[in-house]
Design a protein around this ligand. Structure first.
Ligand code: UTP
Length: 309
């Protein structure tokens, strides 16, 4: 039997420059998708995969994340007095979601470095990594899908999805040999390749199941693309030493650290919500109809640009 995966690391220490000025004083992981911060969706995905201990790697200006998962006695008291039982129950559910440990990455030296910061908390056991600004909408928790492969092979598993070729230079790209539908053995990895150098259109998404031997690699690893300690580079080394797998994750992925990804996530999750979907759908339809009329009348002030890629 392979050891159970009990811990998940959430790298949350990035600067979020793609979402400035919003992220100047507020963490991007606290951006709301409807009425929940993005990071809560990610924690709930980990809980759904059976993970019990969350290790959050934060940095300067990220205190709001700690407060969100903490008890607020004052607020609970107010809600109790106002008989707002439903929201009170929801707040208590959030504080009881999991055991959470907070660590600081003093300098944002890269995703690999953020993961290395969690070494002491993780110890000598397998662990999941989930980026706190990426959310999935699908029938099954993304981390639970990785967990199934880990249980079978007892080896590191990387979550991946196909992306348009025009976007490969934004991602770590996987070169692999297919073992069965959707599951590949990793032959190599390239961080942010040019289109002509990309070995495939399979991009690493923000979900991983790793083994503790990755820490030894990260400890001595030189900075890579962008001068950052890249997790992709460490996994590439790991794949030379032992079998590493990559699984095509089912579900739609939204990078909410990117403005377009955030907008799409908001629309999708609003349409998924029974209490909002009806009115919101009509609003969207009306807005699109009006905009289509304006466009065809030549009032192209907000001319819709063709989709890139
Ligand atoms: P991103 O590249 O999306 O984060 O890193 P960023 O640097 O905050 O974003 P931009 O590009 O400036 O807008 C992926 C994840 O890794 C974390 C980020 O918080 C994000 O969740 N990260 C990145 C760290 O925790 N530490 C780092 O040094 C870099």
């Amino acid at each position: 039997m392979h050891p159970t995966v009990r811990k998940a690391v959430f790298p949350l220490a990035g600067h979020g420059t793609r979402f400035l000025p919003m992220t100047k004083s507020s963490p991007k992981e606290m951006l709301p998708v409807i009425d929940k911060p993005v990071v809560q969706y990610v924690v709930e995905e980990a809980v759904a995969a059976g993970i019990e201990q969350m290790v959050m790697v934060t940095g300067r200006g990220k205190r709001a994340i700690e407060d969100h998962f903490d008890i607020s006695y004052e607020l609970e008291d107010v809600l109790q007095k106002k008989n707002k039982t439903a929201v009170l129950t929801e707040l208590r559910r959030i504080t009881n979601l999991a055991q959470i440990l907070y660590l600081r990455q003093k300098e944002a030296l890269g995703l690999g470095h953020a993961v290395l910061c969690a070494e002491l908390a993780v110890g000598d056991e397998p662990f999941a990594v989930a980026l706190g600004d990426e959310i999935l909408d699908g029938p099954k928790s993304g981390l639970a899908q990785l967990m199934e492969v880990y249980r079978e092979f007892g080896a590191p598993v990387i979550g991946m999805q196909r992306v348009p070729l025009s976007e490969v230079s934004h991602y770590g790209i996987v070169a692999g040999t297919e073992i069965r539908k959707g599951l590949y053995r990793v032959d190599g990895l390239v961080e942010k390749p040019r289109i002509e150098d990309a070995p495939s259109d399979f991009a690493i998404i923000g979900r991983y199941l790793l083994t503790p031997d990755v820490f030894g690699i990260l400890r001595t690893q030189a900075p890579g693309v962008g001068g950052e300690i890249q997790l992709t580079d460490a996994l590439k080394t790991l794949a030379k030493n032992r079998p590493v797998y990559a699984l095509e994750i089912e579900g739609d992925r939204f990078d909410t650290g990117d403005k377009m990804g955030f907008l799409k996530a908001t629309v999708r999750f609003a349409l998924n919500r029974p209490d909002l979907s009806g009115e919101f759908f009509h609003f969207l339809r009306e807005t699109l109809e009006r905009e289509t009329l304006r466009q065809s009348a030549g009032e192209g002030v907000h001319a819709v640009r063709p989709v890139q890629g």
